[in-house]
Design a protein around this ligand. Sequence first.
Ligand SMILES: NC(=O)c1ccc[n+]([C@@H]2O[C@H](COP(=O)([O-])OP(=O)(O)OC[C@H]3O[C@@H](n4cnc5c(N)ncnc54)[C@H](OP(=O)(O)O)[C@@H]3O)[C@@H](O)[C@H]2O)c1
Length: 226
Amino acid sequence: MPTALVLGASRGLGLEFVRQYRADGWRVIAVARSDEGIEAIKALGAEAHKLDLTDAAAVAGLGWKLDGETIDVAIYNAGVIGPRTEGAQPIPKQDFDAVMHSNVLGPMMALPLLLPFVETGNHGRGGVLAVLSSKMGSIGGMESNRAWMYRISKAAVNAVLKSVSLDARHAICVALHPGWVQTDMGGPQADLTPQQSVAGIRRTLAGLTQTDNGSFHNYDGAPIPW
Ligand SMILES: NC(=O)c1ccc[n+]([C@@H]2O[C@H](COP(=O)([O-])OP(=O)(O)OC[C@H]3O[C@@H](n4cnc5c(N)ncnc54)[C@H](OP(=O)(O)O)[C@@H]3O)[C@@H](O)[C@H]2O)c1
C-alpha cells in the first residue's frame, strides 16, 4: 500500500488530497494545526499529527515521528494569501512575517527533512516531493502585481523547491499550480472544484519521470515558466 504525506490538510486542497488518496486505498499521514483539522483528517481514515508548520521544534519533531517511514508522495500544501493588495504598496512587517513564515520558512524547514523519506519511496526508485506553489509566483509569467506579498512568497518557495531538487538522488521534486480553485483562499467564483484540481494534480504526479525533477507544473501537467 503506497503512503502519502500531506502537510496542511485541515481543509481546502489539503483535505481533498487526503480524501482522494484514501479513496484510492493509500495509507495517508497528514498534518494540521487545529483540533478541527485533526478531526477532519481522522474522519477520512488517515493518521493525523497536530503541528504548526512555522514551529521549528514541531517540524523537527515530525521528522522523529516519521523515523523508519518510506513516503511515496509528500505534498507541502499549507499556504496563506496575506493582504490582497492592488499595486506594489509598502508592506507592513507583520504581513511579511506571517506570509513568509507559512509559505517559505515552513517549506525551508520541512522539505529538506522530508527528502530522505521520499528518496526511498516508490519501491526504492524514488517518490515525489511536491510543494503547492502558484502561477502568481511565476516571475516569467507575471502580468499583475495584485497581492504582491503572496506572489513574492510563491516565487521564493519555487527557489526553495528548485534548491531541494538539486539534493535529490532518486526523488522527483516539483512545484505545482493547482489552478484557480473553489476553496476558502480561491473563493466560490473560482474555475475548478477541489475535486477537479486534486484529481488533475494526482494524475500529473503519477506521470512524472526523473527528468521532471526541479520543474514547475500546472495541475494538468503543463509546464509553467519560473
Ligand atoms: N485555491 C486556489 O485557487 C489556489 C491557487 C494557487 C495556489 N494555491 C495554493 O494551494 C495551497 C492550498 O490552498 P487552498 O486553496 O486549499 O487554501 P485554504 O483553503 O486557505 O487552506 C490553506 C491550508 O493551509 C493550512 N495552513 C496554513 N498555514 C499553516 C501552518 N502554519 N501550519 C499548518 N497548516 C497551515 C491551513 O490550515 P488552517 O485551517 O489551520 O488555517 C489550511 O489547511 C496553498 O499553498 C495555496 O497557496 C491555491
